[in-house]
Design a protein around this ligand. Sequence first.
Ligand code: 1JT
Length: 259
Amino acid sequence: MEDLLKIKDKNIVVMGVANDRSLAWGVAKSLHQAGANLIFTYRKERSLAKLTKMLDKTDLDAKLVVPCDVNDDGSIKEAFSKIADEIGTIHGVVHSIAFAHGEDLKNRFVETSRDGYAFAQDTSAYSLIAVAREARALMTEGGSIMAMSYLGAERVVPGYNVMGVAKAALESTVKYLAMDLGENNIRVNAVSAGAIKTLAAKGVPSFNEILQKIEAESPLKRNVTQEEVGDMSLAMISNLSRGVTGEIVYVDSGYNILG
Ligand code: 1JT
């Protein structure tokens, strides 16, 4: 078969695996199946421990695992400098990182603090710019960067609150980066994933209702899986999507088209 993906032996950095339910893990599995080399970054020691176990249990292995705290420019620089030393050229980055203070997802939106707002923006949206800047230097053969978003960026999903505002900034950031990095042959896109039970979704009281609503109302009448998000992410990282940049692609059973 013609090699439409051209992903074999390409070096892809995957950021944001916290456990085996993480969307980033789904992306890693799809990339691995297609023959990519994987480099993982983690923040918490707990995530490293989980990742190490997961890598042991599967046939998936990592070329490199490096610490990276996206709230810290120095840490991002260090991580990519290590990747440069050990790997050299990279071809893709998967940004699957978001965080907000718990109280900002529980309280009324109007109660969002200045600090909570800044923290959500810094972690979930600005971090893509900082990462793209360091990644660009290593993408000497061009590349593809993708981020993970959610419908709450553009619609009011009750309770998503400050994360919705951060994802709106993230999606806009994707478009401005796509424009800026196009001349370096670097594409920048986002996958807007439907609701999936991940660590991030834990402790969201209304989450089960959201899942039920999607099952009842979405065109496909079901929820999406980590594997489905992973496969579309593979398409966005790979040569299949070579003509696509600045795009937000929905993997949500079609839920976003409803009026
Ligand atoms: C974060 C959290 C980012 C949960 C996230 C997220 N992106 C999607 N989800 C799932 C979700 C969460 C809420 C929701 C609907 C979906 C939590 C930690 C911070 C980062 O509200 C209806 C709250």
